[in-house]
Design a protein. Structure first.
Length: 343
C-alpha cells in the first residue's frame, strides 16, 4: 500500500483506537500524573509516530511481544486507581469511562445527563484527589482485594445498567454503554480470574442476550414474559452459562453470580410456563441472606408466587408493606395488585 498522508493518518488513528488506553496506563505509571500522561500520549500521536506504540506493545496484544505483560498489569492498576473508594462514586464512573475506556468528556456527559463542563470538573477533581491523597497506582494487596474489587464491579455494572435501561434520552437503551461495560468486564476477567468478576460478566451477557427482544418497533418496552425468545442471542447465553457454572463451582461467589444464575434460569426456559421457579426461589433465598434489601425480598416474593401461587406471594408482600419505611414502596403495591388479580 502506498504510504500517502491519508494512509498514514488512518494508520495512526487505527493504532490510537486499539492501543491508546494501554499506552496511557503505562505513561501514568511512568510519569505518576494523569494530565502529563495524557499530554504525552496526545503529543506522540499528533506527531504521527505509530512506531512508538509498536515499540511499547503489539497492537494485537500478544503477550510474547516486549512489554506486553507490563501493559496488561498497568491497565489493571489503572482500573483500580480510577475506582478507588476514596473517590466519590460518580467520579469513579466518569474517570473509568474517560481513562480506561477512552470515552470523550462529551460522550460521558450525554450518557449521564450532565453538561460537559460539569463532567470535566468532576474528572479534574478526581485526578486532583488521586494526586493530593497520593492514592497508589497499584493492584490492591490480597487482603484489600475483596473490598476494592467490589468498587470496580459496581462501576462496571453501573455503566452497563445505564446502557441497558437508559435513565435519560429518547432511547430505552444505550448499546454503546452496555457494550463498553461488557468489554471492560472481559478485560477485568482477562487480568484477574476472580469468581465474582465471572459472575458480573455472565450477568451482563445474559441480560444483553435479550436486547433484540426488549422493545417493539415503536420503541416500547416488552416485559420478559412477553418477549419473543427466538430473538435471544444464544451465543451470549451459552457464554453466560459457562461463566455462571464456573463461578458457582468456586463456592466463592457473590451477589452478581447469584443474579446471573437467576437470569440463566430464565434464559434456559423455552417459554414462561417452563421456567424453573423452584430453582429461582433457591437463588433468591441465598441472595436475600447475602444482601438483604426490599428489592430482593420483593423479587423473591414474586418467584414464590410463581412457584406456590398468588396467595403465598401476597403474604410476603404484605409483610414487606407492613414495614413503616416501605409502606409507600410502589413496586410492592404493584405486585400486590397483580397477586390479587390472579385467580
Amino acid at each position: 500500500m502506498e504510504n500517502t498522508s491519508g494512509n498514514i493518518r488512518e494508520k495512526v488513528e487505527e493504532v490510537y483506537r486499539s492501543e491508546s488506553r494501554k499506552v496511557l496506563a503505562t505513561l501514568i505509571r511512568l510519569l505518576g500524573d494523569f494530565d502529563l500522561a495524557e499530554e504525552a500520549l496526545h503529543d506522540a500521536f499528533a506527531a504521527a509516530l505509530p512506531k512508538l506504540a509498536i515499540e511499547l506493545g503489539s497492537p494485537t496484544g500478544e503477550e510474547d511481544e516486549p512489554g506486553g505483560g507490563d501493559f496488561e498489569d498497568d491497565r489493571l492498576k489503572l482500573i483500580f486507581t480510577c475506582c478507588h473508594p476514596a473517590l466519590p462514586p460518580e467520579a469513579r464512573t466518569a474517570l473509568t469511562l474517560r481513562e480506561v475506556c477512552g470515552f470523550t468528556t462529551e460522550e460521558i456527559a450525554r450518557a449521564f445527563l450532565t453538561s460537559p463542563s460539569t463532567l470535566a470538573q468532576r474528572i479534574v477533581r478526581a485526578k486532583t484527589k488521586i494526586k493530593e491523597a497520593r492514592i497508589p497506582y497499584q493492584v490492591p494487596s490480597r487482603a484489600e482485594l475483596p473490598d476494592r474489587l467490589d468498587a470496580v464491579l459496581q462501576v462496571i455494572y453501573l455503566v452497563f445498567n445505564e446502557g441497558y435501561s437508559a435513565s435519560s434520552g429518547q432511547s430505552l437503551t444505550r448499546a454503546d454503554l452496555s457494550g463498553e461495560a461488557i468489554r471492560l468486564g472481559r478485560l477485568l476477567l482477562e487480568l484477574m480470574t476472580a469468581p465474582e468478576a465471572k459472575g458480573l460478566l455472565a450477568l451482563m451477557l445474559l441480560h444483553e442476550s435479550r436486547r433484540a427482544a426488549r422493545s417493539s418497533l415503536e420503541g416500547e418496552l416488552i416485559l420478559l414474559e412477553s418477549q419473543d425468545r427466538s430473538l435471544w442471542n444464544q451465543d451470549q447465553i451459552m457464554e453466560g452459562k459457562r461463566l455462571v457454572e464456573e463461578a458457582l463451582a468456586s463456592r466463592r461467589y457473590g451477589p452478581y453470580t447469584l443474579q446471573a444464575a437467576i437470569s440463566l434460569a430464565h434464559a434456559e426456559s423455552s417459554n414462561p410456563a417452563a421456567t424453573d421457579w423452584a430453582r429461582i426461589v433457591g437463588y433468591y433465598d441465598r441472595l436475600a441472606r447475602m444482601i438483604p434489601s426490599p428489592v430482593v425480598e420483593l423479587n423473591r416474593a414474586v418467584a414464590i408466587a410463581m412457584r406456590d401461587g398468588p396467595a403465598a406471594g401476597l403474604t410476603l408482600v404484605d409483610a414487606i408493606l407492613a414495614q413503616v419505611a416501605l409502606a409507600d414502596y410502589h413496586l410492592a403495591h404493584s405486585a400486590r395488585a397483580e397477586f390479587c388479580r390472579r385467580p
